[in-house]
Design a protein around this ligand. Structure first.
Ligand SMILES: O=C(O)CCC(=O)C(=O)O
Length: 300
């Protein structure tokens, strides 16, 4: 799969200027397959979640002793999804009330509701990621989320780094306009999701940015995206993926389960202070549709 050098990546179109214009947000998302906002969330709110994530990493011995925990300087690894060492950390993220509550942050829901033209359903299947340096081979490959989510193509992923995240640090890039090409054939690949797509023949442009704390990228489920490698010497890249769709749209049962489904919601909710974001989707009676594995027949 072809790699992209940093100087081939063009900057995102920023959409803060049209935040109050639903028609324009929809038109831009239809054109580009993504919307990028600076400072959609107050940096202090993101910083608090970063603290919670890093406290988990620290408890598991992933932070270098004697360093400031908030710098996220790695100890050991690289570890990644699928490895024995990674699951206990992932499980601790899944139990965190602040991680799930953050998915409902009002300014994110507000922009989604404008985009969908109807109330938003936030999927409860939230994902937290820690990307180690010196692990380029396992950088998230170019892929489309639709094959993993299904339900409706009009599902949007919000990708939010928990801290400033330059391109050198492994920010997320999207292939602008790629959502117009439908579901692309998949190919076995290293990195999150394990499935990639070829993109050279599409002749489209990769776009990204140096994210600052509080910036949010939203992209449609058919939009091809990938991470850039974490090229720092020793820093952990932390981020969250949250998913959203219109409440009237169909959804698959898997999107209502915890990521990797390693614990029940009841286990996850133990010790939470509030019940507000527990089982909230049940009151919305989402229309459940089947999940197909027809896109998972990969070329090798
Ligand atoms: O953070 C990453 O490296 C991967 C994120 C991603 O692919 C997604 O949000 O769908």
């Amino acid at each position: 799969m072809a790699t992209t050098t940093l100087n081939e990546i063009k900057p995102f179109v920023e959409s803060n200027d049209i935040l109050a214009e639903p028609e324009q947000l929809r038109a831009r998302a239809r054109r580009d397959g993504y919307l990028f906002f600076r400072h959609l969330i107050p940096p202090d709110t993101v910083l608090q979640l970063r603290r919670d994530f890093l406290a988990v990493c620290d408890r598991h011995g992933w932070i270098k002793p004697g360093t400031d925990m908030m710098d996220g300087i790695r100890n050991g690894g690289p570890y990644m999804e699928g490895q024995d060492e990674y699951w206990p950390v992932l499980d601790d993220f899944q139990r965190m009330e602040s991680f799930h509550t953050f998915a409902h942050y009002p300014s994110i829901i507000d922009v989604c509701t404008k985009l969908f033209g109807e109330p938003t359903l936030a999927h409860p299947r939230n994902i937290g990621r820690i990307m180690f340096p010196e692990n380029t081979k396992y950088t998230t490959p170019a892929h489309q989320d639709y094959i993993h989510i299904q339900g409706t193509e009009e599902t949007y992923t919000a990708w939010i780094p928990l801290g400033d995240c330059s391109q050198h640090f492994g920010s997320l890039a999207v292939l602008a306009g790629s959502h117009k090409f439908g579901v692309l054939p998949t190919k076995a690949a290293h990195g999150a999701g394990g499935l990639g797509v070829e993109t050279d023949h599409l002749n489209l442009t990769w776009v990204s940015t140096d994210y600052r704390m509080g910036d949010v990228l939203l992209f449609q489920s058919l939009t091809v995206h990938k991470a850039l490698p974490n090229q720092t010497r020793n820093r952990l890249r932390l981020s969250v993926d949250y998913r959203y769709q219109g409440q009237s749209q169909p959804i698959t049962a898997g999107s209502l389960l915890p990521h990797f489904n390693r614990m029940s919601w009841a286990e996850i909710y133990q010790g939470w202070k509030s019940t507000k974001y527990q089982y909230y989707w049940k009151d919305l009676h989402p229309q459940i549709v089947p999940f197909t594995r027809k896109y998972h027949n990969v070329r090798r």
